[in-house]
Design a protein around this ligand. Structure first.
Ligand SMILES: [Zn+2]
Ligand SMILES: [Zn+2]
Length: 84
């Protein structure tokens, strides 16, 4: 089951379980579509893998299988872009 992390790891934008612009890698590093594409060039900075759109979990299932509340944020991600 997906963790459904609540934010973009790069810009800290909120990505609720119903967000349509959430992208994840195979390890579920989670980014918004803008960061995944424009900042990271569609490559996960943590594992080097690619991204897929994160599926939406329907609201009635969130009651039984709640999304993660643990924010993961790595501001270095934006610095990496400026350097390159
Ligand atoms: Zn972002
Ligand atoms: Zn990754």
């Amino acid at each position: 089951m997906l963790e459904l992390r609540p934010n973009c790891e790069c810009c800290d934008k909120d990505l609720p379980p119903g967000a349509t612009d959430a992208m994840i890698c195979t390890f579920e590093c989670t980014f918004c579509a803008d960061c995944a594409h424009d900042v990271l060039g569609d490559t996960c900075p943590n594992c080097g893998g690619n991204f897929s759109p994160r599926p939406i979990r329907p609201a009635h299932l969130l009651v039984k299988y709640p999304a993660s509340a643990k924010r993961v944020f790595n501001p270095d991600c934006l610095t990496t872009k400026q350097a390159s």
